[in-house]
Design a protein around this ligand. Structure first.
Ligand SMILES: Cc1cc2nc3c(=O)[nH]c(=O)nc-3n(C[C@H](O)[C@H](O)[C@H](O)COP(=O)(O)OP(=O)(O)OC[C@H]3O[C@@H](n4cnc5c(N)ncnc54)[C@H](O)[C@@H]3O)c2cc1C
Ligand code: SF4
Length: 452
């Protein structure tokens, strides 16, 4: 709370020689490059459904219809979805992809791997005073304000143009239902070692997104008839590095090479066996295999995790003859009666803020008149389990204030403010009974992250 100790930089976090860029801007540039090569890109259309042939092989995706009203009926703006068919379809929806999860279930892709585990990453972009800007500086922290049993940490990246990206990751295997990742992040910025960077600065953007933390032991089977999982849909994030764009790109390249080989042989809708083979032979697999025990070691607490990570990195060099296993995050939440509510400080409006003003900065926009994309399998469970047993944890883990328990006629009910959703997928992951299902909203809706 009041001091900071500088630790030696672990090799995974050594960023010398790297560039700090906005991934959103990089993707926009890559998109233009791809289009100039003849690739067709359809922004504004979400893939809402997987298409299968009679033999059960994947043959493409269908985009969702536009112009369906809140009541589920077509409005005057109705446009039916379109089918996009291909000989092979790659799913690159990022962490906890909706279609990817249905494929994992349908084809039993996770029968030989651990459950995926996740963290929620919150991020803000700031314009700081020129005197405080040190282009290229990267700072990572662990510890405060999280308790020693909760995995997480922060990053500060000094980009160009006096911009600093600050972010905070909280492992979603946390146990205390009173924990609010958003408020931990806001509190983090008030630490005396961090606050000065943001004094007199202006916050310009906010976002949140889940990230995979399972590592190599949580990677499912990658292929099925007609398609493959690539990037964070499969779970290639290197957790100690908090980096996954390099592995995502490489996995896409290897899958593309496998598909090209199959197409040249005249195949269609087969399982691309060459892709997982190439991936296991690539640096992606080596990198993830060597890092596999670092994240799960934090089950021994902050200091146990740091001690094990040092041993694993410097002495064992990732070659320990054992692999720590994972458990699903939603099963880790404990009843509220085991904890006391956490009293988070009120936002000061200078370095710490509330959720609603933050959502405003995420540029989130959804067509208001559409069916709610956050579906409760059984609406009664919100009160009978989530509120009764866990004191409504979704109102705290959602970083956008989507879930609110409100008083109505002397009783409480769960109100879902779906238009605020920043598509982080945390509710789909952390809901204790997996009662919340995140469905693809109408295409084009969601956050808009310039320079993030
Ligand atoms: C806070 C945070 C900080 C990070 N920092 C770094 C870092 O410094 N360096 C690094 O390398 N990595 C970092 N990562 C990880 C990195 O962002 C991911 O590993 C990487 O973006 C994965 O790429 P991807 O293409 O697989 O998925 P994504 O980048 O998530 O892209 C998936 C895209 O598909 C879209 N989509 C999803 N579902 C559908 C659908 N059904 N239909 C149509 N479109 C859909 C999504 O909107 C998204 O645009 C960070 C992640 C987080 C959360
Ligand atoms: S509703 Fe779910 S996916 Fe949307 S912002 Fe909240 S936790 Fe994230």
């Amino acid at each position: 709370r009041s001091f900071a100790i500088r630790l030696p930089t672990p090799p995974q976090m050594d960023n010398r020689g790297n560039y700090i860029v906005s991934l959103g801007n990089l993707c926009r540039w890559l998109g233009r490059e791809a289009e100039s090569l003849g690739v067709e890109i359809f922004p504004g259309f979400a893939a809402a459904e997987v298409l299968y042939d009679d033999a059960g092989a994947v043959v493409g995706v269908a985009t969702g219809a536009k112009g369906i009203g809140r009541d589920g009926k077509p409005t005057a703006n109705f446009q039916p979805g379109v089918e996009l068919r291909g000989r092979y379809t790659f799913f690159a929806e990022g962490c906890r992809g909706s279609l990817g999860e249905t494929l994992i279930e349908r084809f039993g892709l996770r029968t030989e791997s651990d459950p995926q585990t996740y963290g929620i990453g919150l991020k803000e972009l700031w314009e700081v005073e020129p005197a405080k800007h040190r282009p290229g500086l990267v700072v990572h922290t662990v510890g405060w304000p999280l308790d020693a049993q909760t995995y997480g940490g922060s990053f500060l990246y000094h980009l160009e143009n006096n911009q600093v990206a600050v972010g905070f990751v909280v492992g979603l295997d946390y146990r205390n239902p009173y924990l609010s990742p958003f408020d931990e992040f806001q509190r983090f910025k008030t630490h005396p070692a961090i606050r000065p960077t943001f004094a007199g600065a202006r916050r310009v953007a906010y976002g949140a997104r889940a990230l995979n933390e399972g590592g190599v032991q949580s990677i499912p089977k990658l292929v099925f008839p007609g398609g493959a999982l690539i990037g964070c849909s499969a779970g290639f994030l290197n957790v100690p590095k908090i980096k996954g764009s390099h592995t995502a790109m490489k996995s896409g390249m290897l899958a593309a090479e496998a598909a090209w080989g199959a197409i040249r042989e005249g195949k269609r809708a087969t399982a691309l066996a060459a892709y997982p083979v190439a991936l296991r032979r690539s640096w992606v697999w080596d990198e993830l295999r060597l890092a596999r025990n670092v994240r799960p070691a934090f089950r021994f607490g902050l200091w146990g995790g740091i001690a094990y990570s040092a041993l694993d990195t410097y002495l064992l060099r990732g070659r320990a003859p054992w692999t720590f296993r994972h458990h699903p995050d939603h099963a880790q939440l404990e009843p509220a009666q085991n904890f006391r509510p956490i009293a988070y400080p009120k936002p000061d409006g200078k370095v710490s803020f509330d959720k609603l003003s933050s959502v405003f900065l995420s540029g989130t926009n959804h067509e208001e008149n559409q069916p709610c994309h956050l579906v409760l399998k059984d609406p009664a469970i919100a009160l009978s389990v989530n509120l009764a047993r866990y004191d409504g944890p979704e109102s705290r883990y959602c970083p956008a204030g989507v879930y609110e328990y409100v008083e109505a006629g002397g009783s409480r009910r769960l109100q879902i403010n779906a238009p605020n959703c920043v598509h982080c997928k945390t509710c789909d992951i952390k809901d204790p009974t997996q009662n919340i299902v995140w469905k693809t909203p109408e295409g084009g809706g969601g956050p808009n992250y310039p320079n993030m």
